[in-house]
Write a protein that binds this ligand. Structure first.
Ligand SMILES: [Zn+2]
Ligand SMILES: [Zn+2]
Length: 246
């Protein structure tokens, strides 16, 4: 049994690492194509980002592997595969519930991580990326990786979700994690500066967190930042131009 759980954890870590390289690699390539020189001189930092991210992939894989094993062998989890088990409107609602719960957990643990003791002990690793790149999505100290690793495994035990909706949540998590750090805005200005943009977090918002530190703590939504008056708006208009072109 222990071997089966260990194998499940290794498999999960491998999947998470592969997902990281696919998404990070794709957006690093897109960065080279659209903004040549944006990562100039950042090679040593990128190597560190990939190293911390690999450690995070291993840590994320452990609770995910245990839960995947329990799901397959003992029917743990509220994951369902029969699309008719819940009304269709629950599909988008469940995606939103997962994202909002993750965002809430992230906002408050992230604020804790900015207290001096926790910052020095753990979160400084993430902020050592100055500026972050497409490889910084999982660049966390193991203590911080652990706080992130338990979110989805706990949620699937508590909140029903269709397997396809869960895949959507994981895809959004991966793409936003990478794009929020890659140093340029991938979403149209029209969206970022629209009323919806006031509530959604994209690279322009998270970049400001990396520039100014004690603001813009959220992950997907600006709800908690607005409510707690920690939202300091978007990064400067020229933030995503390579230095050589500005
Ligand atoms: Zn960040
Ligand atoms: Zn931070």
């Amino acid at each position: 049994m222990l071997i089966a759980i260990a194998l499940s954890a290794v498999l999960m870590s491998a999947i998470i690492a592969a997902r990281y390289f696919l998404a990070g690699g794709f957006f690093a390539w897109a960065t080279r194509r659209t903004r040549p020189g944006l990562y100039r001189g950042l090679q040593p930092q990128i190597v560190r980002e990939i190293g911390w991210s690999m450690a995070s992939a291993i840590i994320y894989g452990v609770p995910a592997g245990i839960i995947a094993w329990g799901w397959q062998n003992h029917g743990w989890t509220q994951i369902y595969s029969d699309i008719g088990a819940f009304p269709l409107w629950y599909l988008p609602l469940s995606v939103f519930l997962y994202l909002f719960a993750h965002d809430t957990w992230f906002y408050w643990t992230h604020r804790l991580m900015h207290r001096p003791k926790w910052f020095k002990m753990a979160h400084a690793v993430h902020h050592a990326s100055r500026p972050p790149t497409a490889w910084a999505a999982m660049s966390f100290h193991p203590i911080e990786a652990l706080t992130g690793a338990i979110v989805i495994p706990v949620l699937v035990l508590l909140v029903p979700i269709h397997i396809g909706a869960l895949a959507t949540v994981l895809a959004i998590m991966t793409v936003m994690g990478v794009t929020n750090h890659m140093g340029w805005e991938v979403f149209p200005r029209r969206l970022v500066h629209s009323p919806a943009g006031k509530w959604l977090i994209t690279a322009s918002h998270h970049q400001r967190h990396h520039d100014a530190y004690r603001c813009n703590y959220g992950l997907y939504f600006r709800f908690w930042d607005h409510l707690c008056k920690t939202d300091k708006g978007l990064a400067d208009p020229t933030w995503d131009q390579p230095a050589s072109q500005s």
